[in-house]
Design a protein around this ligand. Structure first.
Ligand code: UN1
Length: 517
């Protein structure tokens, strides 16, 4: 192992000299196919992990069910106390875990640490929630009756997460799910196994110390077959899936088909709209971060930029300057702004998108190719140039505008009226995030109102990416269904019991119905 990798792994006691167990259900096991963790920066194999066999997946699901029966009866504030300890344990490992995210996923240090910070933040939020997951008392029409709406634990919540946020997205789900009294079973992306093993170790040590079954936060690593097993199991009450629209559509159908609950966070195809009165200093750097940050691999990445005709020239000149100042580098190095794409397939996707842009006659203002001839060891990585492309027209039906390319490709269109920009913003299948730049309150009113942006995230003078955990996170249309993290998201992780209780000596029927002679 290279020294850059072994420093990161040893800080978390990850032994890379043998195959690691990829299943945790109270015990660490795993005897299925071997997954390789490959460093996106250098191509180095970081570790080999044994995935779950079908029997091991099944056992993990059953142990999750047993663990649910224990944790559901632990009072919510006590569950919150466990979450507080998880939060503390994560905080002591913040830097080490952040570095592992950079090593294995490829995002830069500050963003890797930011991800761990999101987990810490949502754990804090969950601690608070554990004393505030309140139901309601509803006025009954019958004398001496009360109606209670009670949030009860739901059961087993499976979390299927993507490579691009290998820590935070699980954190959002675990914090709410645990506070709500569920067992959570994690099926992470097979290409970031070390992040999920490291997180599960931290969490499981806290659970074990508290005498709670480890399967309250289980882990099953593996590929498609493991995912399908979990998604198809009627012992899994809710599936929270983050990933592509294509896979999400199938997951949605399968879970719906067995009447399970499903939460889908699928593609984003997020636009920033810049009005002539915008503060360009703020807008240019936000678009730069939104489009180039994480090398374009956030669901919330800015992919479309709609500029008012009065600001096009100035805005693009400044943005291009920032793009040209960026150099690819090792994401572990604190001065790096641009890390690699996560895998080789993504480089191919990037290439295909650029090819299509050229075919339709788009101007490639900057970028437009993978980096070649980088010095060793970066020559083994998946580095591509952040790209700004200006098609001749905005035709939101063309795939240039309507599909999510998970790479740093920003497509620019020019408008004269806000209404036009909103139509383009809304004219694509996805609806995750959106951002308007203006100082005119009238534009803000339009943008956030009924005729405004149809995305789940509707920002003003804030970029499309980098949401705080307190906001409900999620989208509309082909982005899927449901919200994670803040807002009222916790209400999806419980089963609501409507309990009408009669405290009287009479038994009147509702609506005044009489049923006796
Ligand atoms: C994702 O890309 O899957 O708002 C999640 C953001 C982050 C989370 C992104 N807080 O960009």
């Amino acid at each position: 192992l290279s020294s850059r990798a072994s420093t990161v792994l040893s800080a978390l006691d990850i032994r890379a000299d043998r195959e690691l167990p990829g299943v945790y259900d109270g015990e660490w096991t795993g005897s299925g196919d071997v997954l390789e963790s490959v460093c996106p920066t250098t191509g180095e194999v970081l570790a080999r992990v044994k995935s779950a066999t079908p029997a091991e997946v099944e056992r993990a699901i059953q142990r999750s069910r047993e663990a649910y029966k224990v944790i559901r009866s632990v009072p919510a504030p006590k569950r919150g106390e466990i979450l507080r300890q998880i939060r503390e344990a994560l905080a002591t490992k913040r830097d080490a875990l952040g570095a592992l995210v950079s090593l294995e996923m490829g995002k830069i240090r500050t963003e890797g640490e930011g991800e761990v910070q999101e987990f810490i933040d949502i754990a804090d939020y969950g601690v608070g929630l554990s004393r505030m997951m309140n139901g309601r008392v509803v006025a009954s029409e019958r004398p001496g009756h009360s109606i209670l709406e009670v949030p009860n634990p739901l059961g087993v919540v499976a979390v299927l997460s993507a490579f691009n946020f290998p820590v935070a997205v699980y954190g959002w789900n675990l914090a709410l799910s645990l506070a709500a009294g569920n067992a959570t079973l994690w099926k992470p992306a097979p290409s970031t196994p070390l992040c999920s093993i490291a997180v599960t170790k931290i969490v499981s040590e806290v659970l074990e110390r508290n005498g709670v079954p480890g399967a309250v936060a289980g882990l099953v690593l593996g590929g498609k077959a493991v995912g399908e097993h979990v998604v198809g199991s009627s012992d899994v009450d809710m599936v929270s899936f983050t990933g592509s629209e294509a896979v999400g559509r199938e997951v949605g159908k399968v879970v719906q088909g067995r009447f399970g609950k499903v939460l889908l966070e699928l593609g984003g195809n997020n636009a920033a709209v810049v009005m002539p009165d915008a503060d360009l200093n703020l807008a240019v750097s936000a678009v730069f971060f939104g489009a180039v940050g994480t090398a374009g691999q956030r669901c919330t990445t800015t992919r479309r930029l709609y500029l008012h005709s009065n600001v096009v020239e100035d805005f693009l000149a400044r943005l291009e300057g920032l793009y040209q100042s960026v150099r690819p580098g090792d994401p572990l190095d604190r001065s790096t702004l641009l890390g690699p794409l996560h895998n080789r397939a993504a480089v191919q996707t990037y290439d295909t998108a650029i090819q299509h842009l050229k075919e339709i006659g788009a101007e490639i203002m900057t970028g437009g190719a993978p980096y070649r001839d980088l010095a060793s060891p970066l020559n083994g990585g998946n580095f591509v140039m952040p790209t700004i492309a200006i098609p001749q027209e905005v035709n939101v039906k063309d795939k240039v505008w309507s599909t999510e390319t998970f790479a740093p490709v920003l497509t620019v269109g020019v408008f004269d009226k806000l209404e036009q920009a909103i139509e383009w913003n809304n004219g694509v299948p996805q609806g995750l995030s959106s951002s308007l730049w203006t100082r005119d309150i009238r534009n803000v009113g339009k943008w956030i109102g009924p005729a405004g942006s149809d995305a789940g995230i509707v920002n003003v003078n804030v970029g499309t990416s980098g949401a705080e955990i307190g906001a409900a996170f999620g989208g509309n249309k082909s982005t899927g269904w449901g919200r994670e993290s803040g807002g009222d998201a916790w209400k999806q992780y419980v089963r609501w019991s409507a309990a009408t209780i009669n405290f009287s000596d009479e038994a009147p029927l509702a609506q005044g119905v009489q049923f006796s002679n």
